[in-house]
Write a protein that binds this ligand. Structure first.
Ligand SMILES: Nc1ncnc2c1ncn2[C@@H]1O[C@H](COP(=O)(O)OP(=O)(O)OP(=O)(O)O)[C@@H](O)[C@H]1O
Length: 275
């Protein structure tokens, strides 16, 4: 058999890599508080293992949308789903981390982290085993028996991240997770979070005020407009991870996002003043 005949007889089989599945789907999702419409039309699809950041003018509804996805708030219009199911309440597939850590001061690091699995009814030994895994992965080894008051801000935030991950959620929701940290600590925790995201294959949705944080970490930056808000831009940050903050291409993305955001902040101020 000639080479050509051989190739024709044994065609190369194409390896089809399945596209990442949608994890969070929003179609015209909105949230109203009485007469205040916080979010009017939030439409996007966030796929598994994506890192997406939400940024926008103050009060435009970033946290509101995050809490709706967490299941703490109900949408008042449109459709909001996780794994194809409408979101009706919080669930173990979503972990959330707040700006202010929210740790229990009377519980040690280990006991703060085992809290979720304990509430979910896991035997203590299994809860501890899971907690120890995330303690290791978040660089908290050796601090299992420490109390929150004795920890630095960066360590407290790592405890909060480990606690959110101990229930093994597919989705991690972060509400300005670095807002309470000083610049040096923030840089360390951001680097750790990037490494963790790469290693743990989670879907991450992060609300932030910082263009630098959003462009450094996210695959896509969703920019919300003035309230009642909708997504005015969906900027794909097409750079491999982990990223170097000094990369000039990152600088260009920062400029692009800042220009759109500044226009929305101006518009938001004008609207608020005319209310
Ligand atoms: N529980 C609530 N009851 C009434 N109004 C609310 C409630 N929560 C939020 N709001 C209003 O909804 C709007 C959006 O608030 P939200 O906190 O989501 O904005 P944000 O973009 O996260 O703000 P910031 O960037 O300042 O943290 C604001 O006008 C806020 O006052």
């Amino acid at each position: 058999m000639s080479n050509v005949e051989n190739i024709l007889a044994h065609p190369v089989r194409e390896t089809v890599v399945p596209a990442p599945r949608p994890k969070i789907t929003a179609e015209g999702a909105g949230v109203r508080f009485g007469s205040v419409t916080a979010v009017e039309d939030f439409t996007t699809t966030i796929r598994e293992r994506e890192f997406v950041s939400i940024i926008g003018p103050s009060g435009c509804g970033k946290s509101t949308m995050l809490y709706a996805i967490a299941g703490f708030l109900k949408t008042t219009s449109g459709v909001l789903k996780v794994d194809g199911e409408p979101i009706v309440k919080p669930g173990p597939n979503r972990g959330i981390v707040f700006q202010e850590f929210v740790l229990f001061p009377w519980r040690t690091v280990l006991r703060n982290i085992t809290l979720g699995p304990e509430i979910a009814g896991l035997p203590r030994a299994e809860a501890e085993e899971r907690a120890r895994k995330w303690i290791r992965l978040t660089g908290l080894g050796g601090f299992e028996d420490a109390y929150p008051a004795t920890l630095s801000g960066g360590m407290k935030q790592r405890v909060a991240i480990a606690r959110a991950l101990t229930c093994e959620p597919d989705i991690l929701l972060l509400d300005e997770p670095f807002g309470a940290l000083d610049v040096q600590t923030k840089n360390y925790v951001m680097k750790d979070l990037q490494d963790l995201w790469i290693a743990a294959s989670k879907t991450i949705l992060m609300v932030t005020h910082s263009v630098q944080e959003a462009t450094l970490m996210a695959d896509r930056v969703l920019i919300l407009g003035a309230r009642p808000s909708r997504i005015v831009a969906d900027v794909k940050i097409d750079l491999p991870h982990p990223r170097d903050p000094a990369d000039p291409r990152l600088g260009q993305y920062r400029q692009e996002v800042t220009a759109i955001l500044s226009a929305e902040v101006d518009r938001s101020m004008k609207i608020e003043r005319s209310r």
